[in-house]
Design a protein around this ligand. Structure first.
Ligand code: C5P
Length: 269
């Protein structure tokens, strides 16, 4: 079986506190997007994993293989065709892990209860439970307390994928101030109204510390807004900068402003 493993963006990401267990409390609005990896799963005689991206370790430390072990190491042959850049805040590894949990459950007819699957997912990473759900979702806690929200209609996006790589753990360590949570109803109202009209209420608390270390990233955000994006922000802990547009034609015209950096068109799914 072949599975599409989608990337995500964060419409908003507020870090609301530090916990005793090494994690932070946050409040985020997650969104899956059309950029995807393809993963194929076949019954085999033992678990094997190959990946076509040279910068992705296809060994036991890969989240895909960690997901296989979490499901009891069934004999599955996995091939990963990578399009989502690693270390860019797009959740590629987390998405691959969620796809693996789901595929193994189906392929080996395990009928794992959803609650068990969610518990396994959060042990693999804070963003993994979201990818079991997809679409638009409000999240609190480490990012694993999820409430689906009505889908944001397909929004044209432009992803700017700089060379800079940001470590998530390092980005959290750089947070010195905490934000007040807005609460799910605030996001529900923004979505019901017109999410892009509320761009100024959508903030990412990682931008300040990461932009001060990598000023080029802030320039990309400003360039997206200057090229007609209704909203632009860093996604996750970076380094991807994403712009959302009112129309595909404005988005397509904006691409020319980004020579010398990888720019990829996508949309919300
Ligand atoms: O859960 P995940 O493996 O993605 O987290 C990577 C690192 O990011 C954690 O070890 C922790 O340092 C940091 N983190 C955090 N608070 C979160 C999520 C991640 O401090 N809610």
């Amino acid at each position: 079986m072949q599975i599409a493993s989608h990337a995500k963006i964060n419409w908003s990401l507020r870090i609301t506190g530090r916990r005793g267990d090494g994690f932070h409390e946050l409040e985020t609005l997650f969104q899956t997007i059309s950029l995807q990896d393809d993963i194929s799963f076949h019954r085999s005689d033992r678990p094997t994993f190959i990946c076509d991206a040279p910068d992705v370790p296809a060994d036991d430390t890969n989240l895909v293989m960690r997901a296989v072990r979490a499901m009891g190491s069934p004999p599955v042959a996995i091939e990963l065709h990578k399009r989502i850049p690693a270390g860019g805040g797009l959740g590629g590894g987390s998405s691959n892990a969620a796809a693996t949990l789901r595929a193994i459950d189906t392929l080996f007819e395990m009928h794992t209860p959803m609650e068990r699957l969610r518990e396994t997912a959060v042990q693999l990473g804070s963003d993994v439970p979201f990818f079991l759900l997809g679409g638009t979702a409000f999240a609190t806690g480490r990012g694993e307390q999820l409430s689906p929200l009505p889908l944001v209609a397909p929004v044209p996006l432009l992803l700017i994928l700089p060379e800079e790589r940001v470590s998530t753990a390092e980005a959290f360590r750089a947070i010195t101030r905490f934000s007040k949570p807005l609460g799910i109803e605030a996001y529900r109202r923004m979505i019901d109204d017109d999410l892009l009209a509320h761009a100024s209420s959508l903030t990412n608390d990682f931008e300040e510390p990461i932009f001060s270390r990598h000023p080029r990233l802030q320039k990309y955000k400003h360039a997206l807004l200057a090229s007609g994006a209704a909203w632009a922000a860093m996604t996750g802990s970076g380094s991807t900068i994403v712009g959302a547009f009112r129309s595909q034609s404005v988005r397509d015209a904006a691409i020319v402003a980004f020579s010398g950096v990888r720019a990829v068109a996508a949309e919300t799914v």
